[in-house]
Every structure is written in structure tokens, then in C-alpha cells.
Design a protein around this ligand. Structure first.
Ligand code: CLF
Ligand code: SF4
Length: 410
């Protein structure tokens, strides 16, 4: 596919579109879009749009002017900032503020790449407008190309004459998504498709979604795991296991380029993909007197356990999704100056995960691996490991969902 001049260069520094770039270049999401025009069954309105951002609470919603001000400030602090994304907390295209923000950013920061993520419902009529405003990277979340499957994913969709439900809603949304994607590809935009993998609902259907969007000329596909969120119809559904997701990605990568480094980041994420610094810039507007950010100083976090280090059982870098006994690794964070700083990962030695190995020995070897951590966060834990850890003075937290929510709840 040939893109217009400048796009390949922008792509080489776009942390989501280039796996190498994500270690060097940062993106910043501006949370200017709170409203949504559909209801996904995995979304709780109190949280971010999980189409792009993981379902974590956004710390604030900004006006376009505040967003521009914040970009100016963050740009100074993070010189490797390359991309400004709009990904929620609702659907960007359902909010006029998205377009106002893009307009300001295009004029004030022409050197920054603009990126938008949408459910696609309002894409056909907005494709040209986005292109004119300088957006060259666009993500559409598409969970089904069969309306009978989509009917299970969407609670309702706003149609021309009111709210649609069931198959009718899914069919309408699908038609809009396909038309919108087609237009964006024709305009020369780089289009990525996000698919939320929902076991038992669309997992076996995803290869067909991938083939369909490939036929439309999309550049890349990103398969995200369902994060069951409380208060939603999918609250009690299970997330796919890391292996299930990996196998599906392997299968689909035969047809299309697959994103494998997504961090399901927040609608107000800032920084490198693996190192969200959004909490440093919370309450950017401060007291209104223009004296700068007040968030970090105003909300210090307290240390817990015997050490400031926290071990999190996670397979994907963004969610607590593994149990103490079956996780392949722990991510280690350290509380420094009121912020959790990622220190890296610690792999559970394979010998410790071998089935049939003495249970207590297995637990002890994992506990030893985390001996410098005051807190361990896991999605589940048995009574014996709980006893071993608490006996060592470790604080054990059982949580499922975004890592940063779990850390900030400590
Ligand atoms: Fe943001 Fe999305 Fe643009 Fe990236 S995120 S709007 S394409 S700048 Fe990236 Fe975050 Fe995954 Fe999205 S890691 S959730 S894919
Ligand atoms: Fe929620 Fe995003 Fe779906 Fe809207 S598009 S309902 S904000 S997940």
C-alpha cells in the first residue's frame, strides 16, 4: 500500500504502529470525548472506552483549550512525545470537542502526529473531516462482521431515528463501520482495527473479521482481551487466557499484520506505552490560577507492606489477569515519590510451574522470587500460598483488571 508523503516517517515514530518505536517514542491521549453513541456490553459508562483504552477510570475530562495547554506542558517534560491520540473516555466522533481539539493541535503543534480511535458509528460522515484536520492514523473497533454475533456484543446503537437494539443495532453499526473504513483507506489514512476477544461470543468469529478488514485495506489488527467490568452485562464473562489470545493472534497474523505490543492504555495515558505517566499530569488545570499541575503533590500514595515494591501477576503488561500459581511472570513496580514506577518483569522459572511438582515447594519458589516485594497483586490465590505470603509479612491483594487501578487502590 502506498501512503501519502510523510506517513511512513510518522509511522516509524508512532509507538502503536511500530513495535520498535514504542520503546523510544511517547504518545499522549487527551480525554476530551466523554459522550458515546453506542453501548458495548463490556463497557461501564463510568469508565474509559475499552475499545481503545482499557476500562480504567480516566482521571479527568479536558476541554479542547485545556488539552492544548496540557500538551504544551507535557511536551516540555517529555521531549520524545510524538503522537497525540483521542481515544475516549467515550467515542471521539460523538463529541464535537474532538474536532475542536484536533483543529487547535494541528495549528499549534504541526510536528505532532494525530491519532483517533472510534467505534466507527459516525465515521462515514467524519472521515473527510478527520483527514482535513490532519488525522492520518485511525483505529476502528470492530468486534463482529456477522450481525448475529454483533447482537450479543452491543446493548444498543444510536440510529438515524432513535435507539436500535439487537441484530438491527449490530447490522447498522457494521454497515457504518465498513463504509467508514473504506472511506478512510481511500483517503490514504493508515487504519488499524481493534477487536475485543470475548470467549464464547466472538472468539471463533474473529478470523472472519480479520479477513474482511484485510480486504478493505486496513494496515494492522489488534486483538484485545475482554476485561470483564463490574456493572456490565459481561461482568461475569471470562477473559481469554493469554495462550488463547496468542494462538488466535498467530492464526490471524497469517492474513494481516498483527499488533502485539498493545498496553490497553487509559484515555488519558501519557508517555511510553510501557510506562504510563498520566498520574504525573493529573489535575493539570490545578487551582485555576495558572500555577501548574497540582495532582501528584495533592495525592501522594502511601507505601504498603514491608517494602515499596509491588509484584503484579500480569500476562499483558496492563491488566492483573493471572493467578499466583499459574502466572508465567510478575511485573515489579516501586513506589517512588508518590508514583508507581515499573522496574521490569520477573519470570517464574519453568520448573516452578511444572504440574505435579510438590505444591509447597512450588509456592515457596515463587515467594522467594518476590522476596523483596511488600505487596503481591494477583487475580486469584489459594489458601496455602496466601498463608505463606502473609506469614512472610507480604500484603496480598486479589484484583482483576487494570494494573494502575489496582496499584492506586492500595
Ligand atoms: Fe492512542 Fe490508539 Fe492512537 Fe495508540 S493507543 S489512539 S493507536 S496513540 Fe496503542 Fe494504547 Fe493499544 Fe491503543 S497501546 S490501547 S493501540
Ligand atoms: Fe463504551 Fe467505547 Fe463502547 Fe462507547 S464505544 S460503549 S465508550 S466501549
Amino acid at each position: 500500500m502506498t501512503f501519502e508523503p510523510g506517513i511512513m516517517e510518522a509511522m516509524s515514530e508512532h509507538p502503536c504502529y511500530n513495535a520498535e518505536a514504542h520503546k523510544k517514542f511517547a504518545r499522549m491521549h487527551i480525554p476530551v470525548a466523554p459522550k458515546c453513541n453506542i453501548q458495548c456490553n463490556y463497557c461501564n459508562r463510568k469508565f474509559d472506552c475499552c475499545n481503545e483504552s482499557r476500562p480504567g477510570v480516566t482521571s479527568e475530562v479536558l476541554t479542547p483549550a485545556m488539552a492544548a495547554e496540557k500538551i504544551r506542558y507535557v511536551k516540555e517534560k517529555i521531549p520524545e512525545l510524538r503522537v497525540i491520540g483521542i481515544a475516549g473516555p467515550g467515542d471521539p466522533l460523538a463529541n464535537e470537542e474532538t474536532f475542536e481539539s484536533l483543529d487547535i493541535i494541528k495549528r499549534e503543534f504541526p510536528e505532532l502526529t494525530l491519532c483517533v480511535s472510534t467505534n466507527g458509528l459516525a465515521l462515514p460522515e467524519n472521515a473527510e473531516r478527520l483527514h482535513t484536520l490532519g488525522v492520518r492514523f485511525l483505529t476502528v473497533t470492530m468486534n463482529a462482521v456477522d450481525p448475529d454475533v454483533g447482537a450479543h456484543v452491543y446493548g444498543h446503537v444510536r440510529g438515524m431515528d432513535g435507539i436500535l437494539k439487537g441484530r438491527e443495532a449490530a447490522e447498522y453499526l457494521l454497515g457504518r463501520q465498513l463504509e467508514g473504513i473504506r472511506r478512510c483507506v481511500e483517503l490514504g489514512m493508515v487504519v488499524k482495527i481493534n477487536i475485543v476477544m470475548i470467549p464464547g461470543i466472538n472468539d471463533t468469529h474473529i478470523p472472519e473479521v480479520v479477513r474482511t478488514v484485510k480486504g478493505l485495506g486496513v494496515h494492522m489488527v489488534n486483538i484485545l482481551p475482554l476485561i470483564p467490568v463490574q456493572g456490565t452485562p459481561f461482568a461475569n464473562m471470562r477473559a481469554p487466557t493469554p495462550r488463547e489470545r496468542r494462538e488466535l493472534m498467530d492464526l490471524c497474523s497469517l492474513d494481516v499484520k498483527m499488533m502485539r505490543h498493545c498496553r490497553q492504555c487509559r484515555a488519558d495515558a501519557i508517555g511510553l506505552l510501557g510506562e504510563d505517566r498520566s498520574q504525573e499530569f493529573v489535575n493539570f488545570g490545578g487551582c485555576g490560577s495558572g500555577c501548574g499541575p497540582t495532582g501528584p503533590a495533592a495525592k501522594p500514595l502511601v507505601p504498603i507492606g514491608q517494602s515499596n515494591r509491588v509484584a503484579v501477576a500480569s500476562s499483558d503488561d496492563s491488566t492483573v489477569d493471572s493467578g499466583f500459581g499459574n502466572t508465567e511472570r510478575f511485573l515489579i513496580y516501586e513506589l517512588r515519590d508518590g508514583f508507581y514506577t515499573p522496574l521490569g518483569e520477573r519470570m517464574v522459572p519453568e520448573s516452578a510451574t511444572v504440574a505435579g511438582k510438590d505444591h509447597r515447594e512450588h509456592i515457596t519458589s515463587i515467594a522467594d522470587l518476590l522476596s523483596d516485594c511488600g505487596t503481591v497483586i494477583v487475580s486469584e490465590i489459594g489458601s496455602l500460598p496466601m498463608k505463606v505470603l502473609t506469614g512472610r509479612g507480604v500484603n496480598v491483594v486479589v484484583a482483576v483488571g487494570p494494573i494502575y487501578d489496582a496499584l492506586h487502590s492500595l
